[in-house]
Design a binder for this molecule. Structure first.
Ligand code: FAD
Length: 473
């Protein structure tokens, strides 16, 4: 990327968007340009242990034409552009290490069309899952991909290749985007397909864009899959004497073809203590599985019985069941709030949600070795995970001023990523690479894999203006 450096801010240059460009933006976007320090700070990473690297200016887009015009201005002046949805990403993806323009898409939140008969909806990129599901309330349909942050936008979810508790039955965002519209680095618009459920036409541009963290283009609109709300949903919880027992039960259930499970989530005893306190629950302080079954009333009854035998055989006890909508909602809200519960349980400390993912047969071993590392390194780290997918979050909490703890954390992270990759898994099941995991990308894909990604980046964004400093060094 020979041109890229001209777009990037050096250490001694505090602004990469010249005043003249800010003036052009003000002319084109009038009241939708912000340069105040707090606005800029809020448009960089505020969620995790990674530092806050604010953009120079924030521009709010209302429509596709705004995004095209902004990209043309940025391309002409070689200014970095960082797309911003809800700002909930966990690996510093919205930081602006080279300064630039934060392009806030949250106001592009129109639901363009719902095709009930085709089970799909077309939405602008700033729509959130909660907003879409509220809109769908009277249709009997729902959109299932549910990362723990309610304010995440569908565009941001596509850009980070997100998932959530429902992925084992309904897939991740990758499986649920039918097609999308994106604006390229020079302002051109690309539509990656129609609404057909499958297509064998040419390269798969839809999936090329997914997971690229705003480095190849700006997603402005997406067509996503919808599902019928199941006739019956039941949640069961089981305590276990060890995390290994809970992981074993998960593996056995998955090996029986998943049993029609919609969700299976594991929380260790430290995490249960944090959510009891944060969400005012009274769970036993033991490793716990939250399991949800979807289907007809008869099918769910059968699934619950089969899973019960599996769980008991693997040492599960203290079985509880929730059928009422209100009870189920409360349970899942507590699970979704696990990240905030961890932050609240250790105030003043920094937390970091790791997210390795391994083949299900290696899950118990991967968790056991990670637990041993946490103990050996003297770290505090609750564990919670979408274990039905082989994905778990060890969330170390450290004192940022304690050099010994920081060193222990680095060692734990490096070993965790190496372990998952050695088990034919990945360093990130859902949070993405951002800034925080750049050093693992080559370990996972090898030099050739990363070189191929760089070639794609070079072809689509030769000046390196789209979210520089993310995914690659
Ligand atoms: C409490 C909590 C729980 C979470 N739980 C989960 C979980 O269970 N599963 C999971 O997968 N993630 C989880 N996350 C992470 C987070 O919610 C996801 O990364 C989310 O998908 C990001 O969406 P966003 O709109 O906030 O994107 P942002 O954070 O605004 O942006 C993320 C990245 O996408 C790019 N981007 C944003 N919008 C667009 C666009 N329209 N076009 C192109 N690029 C764009 C940005 O430039 C950036 O690189 C959690 C986060 C929190 C805080």
């Amino acid at each position: 990327m020979t041109h890229a450096k001209s777009a990037l801010r050096g250490n001694d240059d505090k602004r990469s968007v010249p005043e003249a460009v800010v003036n052009i933006l003000r002319q084109r976007f009038s009241g939708r340009v912000e340069t105040g320090a707090e606005h800029c700070r809020q448009h960089a990473n505020t969620v995790t242990w990674l530092g806050n690297e604010a953009p120079d200016v924030v521009v709010f887009a209302d429509a596709l034409g705004d995004v095209c015009d902004l990209m043309q201005i940025a391309a002409e002046h070689r200014v970095p552009v960082i797309a911003f949805g809800g700002g909930t990403s966990l690996e510093g993806q919205v930081n602006a290490p080279h300064g630039g323009i934060s392009l806030d898409l949250s106001r592009m939140n129109r639901i363009v069309a719902v095709h009930e008969g085709d089970l799909d909806a077309t939405v602008e990129a700033g729509v959130t899952r909660v907003q879409l599901n509220t809109y769908l309330r009277d249709t009997g349909l729902f959109f299932p991909v549910d990362p723990g942050a309610d304010t995440a936008t569908l565009g941001g979810m596509a850009a980070t290749r997100a998932s959530g508790t429902n992925a084992m039955r309904y897939g991740t965002i990758r499986d649920n985007v039918v097609s999308l519209t994106a604006v390229l680095a020079d302002g051109r618009i690309v539509k990656t397909g129609g609404r057909a459920r499958k297509s064998a036409a040419g390269y798969d541009l839809t999936h090329l864009m997914i997971g690229t963290e705003g480095t190849l283009g700006i997603i402005t609109e997406m067509t996503v899959r919808l599902y019928g709300i199941p006739e019956q949903s039941v949640v069961a919880t089981y305590a276990f004497s060890s995390v290994a027992g809970a992981a074993e039960a998960t593996m056995l259930a998955m090996q029986m073809g998943g049993l029609g499970l919609a969700r299976i989530e594991l929380l260790d005893s430290l995490q249960m203590e944090a959510i009891n306190s944060y969400s005012k629950m009274d769970f036993e302080l033991a490793p716990t599985l939250f399991v949800e079954f979807h289907g007809t009333t008869a099918a769910v009854k059968e699934q619950v019985a089969v899973f019960h035998d599996i769980a008991c055989e693997a040492g599960g006890y203290n079985f509880k069941q929730a059928e009422r909508e209100e009870e189920r909602r409360k349970l899942w809200k507590a699970r979704h709030d696990a990240f905030w519960a961890t932050k609240a349980a250790w105030p003043g400390r920094l937390s970091l949600a790791t997210d390795v993912c391994v083949p299900i047969s290696r899950l118990a071993e991967c968790i056991a070795e990670t637990e041993a590392d946490i103990k050996r390194l003297g770290l505090v780290s609750p564990i919670v995970g979408h274990v039905g997918d082989g994905n778990f979050h060890a969330t170390p909490v450290i004192d940022p001023d304690n050099r010994q703890e920081r060193a222990a954390l680095e060692e734990m992270l490096d070993r965790l990523a190496a372990r998952a990759i050695a088990m034919e898994g990945t360093c990130t099941g859902e949070h993405g690479i951002g800034q925080g995991k750049i050093r693992y990308l080559e370990k996972e894909f090898g030099a050739e894999g990363v070189a191929m990604m760089r070639s794609i980046k070079q072809a689509l964004d030769p000046d390196g203006i789209l979210n520089p400093g993310k995914v690659f060094a």
